[in-house]
Design a protein around this ligand. Structure first.
Ligand SMILES: [Mn+2]
Length: 400
């Protein structure tokens, strides 16, 4: 929306740094340029400062400017080297002001969209889940870390049936599966005896870690009546040190997920994981992750979402149409934007009423990704070990 030009950014820092301005004014005043005009600014100093020659004043100004432009640390470093202790404290406070102004600017810098991936072709997972593989060719790449895969089952009508639609027993190791149901119901069962139905609005955050053998179906109740079905499943990587942890289930009910208003009545944020404006989501995560559902009420509703520095941020348009990122890339329904790690804010603006976005953002896990079918480890050897363990029913895959 409002990406700052370099000049605007520069002026902003300048205006926020009275110490820097003062130093410039003092130098000009003390230089031979202005003498012998009496100083209105230097009266408070005990010792009358020595006059600077035109050339040393020019050099000082030039250095100040260079230091200022090249970074506040060096500005602080070179400031006192002019041997004028009367300015040292002002100098330090000026530097710290520059620092905080810079941090403020970094916080305001809008992330840019690195790549927009268009709605992919749908495929079936088992006979129950007709999904868009949203991450397409980027799935399981470092570009999306810690997120590995994202299947979105768009709204679809299923007739009543006596069959159990879904995916039968299959293993997982080394990562987490996160399932959200929006319409219809998903039933999970596993070899540890967990059984759970994910109702509309609920989330199931399952850390497979060292091993889960897992079944995923439409719930019996839903199969009986049939109806509209809409869900998503994300695969999220675990860092090496947690890949062989015991499995962990987090059934997260709709009621436990806070819905926060966006400023100016633009819409709402449902905070599943991470935090928005100090409101923390219920999901426990192994690495810092934000998972939010953002609703923009009307076309032209907009918001500035903020994330920690250095995180990979992904914006998926579940419904409607939106402009995303510092350069206002346009995304249609079921397109996804991958934003760079640089910058902290993501401006979003709806281009249709009732635009719904899914936001995934997290600290990248800087480790090799080895994957094969339902296993995600760091090396080929670990994948082979997972195969062996599953086929022998050992080391986390002990079937009852
Ligand atoms: Mn599964």
């Amino acid at each position: 929306m409002n990406s700052d030009s370099p000049m605007k950014s520069f002026l902003r820092v300048l205006l926020r740094s009275p110490g820097f301005l003062l130093e410039v004014l003092l130098t000009i005043e003390k230089s031979a340029w202005l003498t012998p005009i009496e100083s209105p600014w230097l009266k408070h100093l005990d010792k009358p400062p020595q006059l600077m020659g035109k050339s040393s004043a020019s050099l000082h100004l030039l250095l100040l400017l260079l230091c200022f432009v090249s970074g506040s640390r060096r500005y602080m470093f070179c400031c006192p080297t002019f041997g004028r202790p009367e300015l040292d404290s002002g100098c330090k406070s000026a530097s710290s002001q520059v620092d905080s102004a810079e941090q403020g600017l970094a916080a305001m810098a809008a992330k840019k969209v690195k790549e927009v991936m268009l709605k992919p072709r749908r495929h079936w997972v088992g006979d129950g889940f007709h999904v868009y593989p949203v991450f397409a060719h980027k799935a399981f790449t470092q570009d999306l870390s810690p997120f590995l895969m994202f299947d979105y089952g768009s709204p679809e009508h299923f007739p009543p049936t006596k069959q159990q639609l879904g995916v039968g027993k299959h293993p997982h190791r080394g990562f987490e599966t996160v399932t959200i149901a929006w319409q219809g119901e998903v039933e999970h069962g596993d070899h540890l005896g967990n059984k759970d139905v994910i109702h509309p609005g609920d989330v199931q955050w399952m850390s497979a870690a060292k091993g889960i053998v897992h079944e995923e179906y439409h719930s019996r109740e839903f199969a009986k009546t049939g109806g509209m079905f809409e869900m998503a499943q994300f695969w999220i990587n675990l860092p090496a040190k947690h890949k062989m942890d015991p499995p962990r289930y987090q059934p997260i009910s709709k009621e436990s997920i806070a819905v926060v208003d966006l400023p100016k009545g633009a819409g709402t944020v449902r905070v599943i994981a991470g935090s928005y404006e100090g409101v923390t989501g219920p999901a426990m995560t192994f690495t810092p992750i934000d998972m939010w559902e953002v609703l923009l009420q009307k076309a032209e509703s907009s918001a500035e979402l903020m994330f920690p520095e250095g995180h990979n941020t992904i914006v998926f348009v579940k419904r409607g149409k939106a402009s995303v990122g510092g350069q206002g890339d346009i995304l249609n329904e079921q397109d996804v934007a991958l934003l760079g790690k640089v910058g902290r804010t993501v401006p979003v603006r709806a281009l249709a009423d009732g635009t719904e976005l899914l936001i995934l953002s997290g600290e990248p896990i800087e480790e090799p990704i080895a994957f094969q079918g339902p296993f995600v480890m760091n090396t080929r050897e670990e994948l082979m070990q997972a195969q062996v363990d599953y086929s022998r029913g050992q080391n986390g895959f002990e079937l009852r």
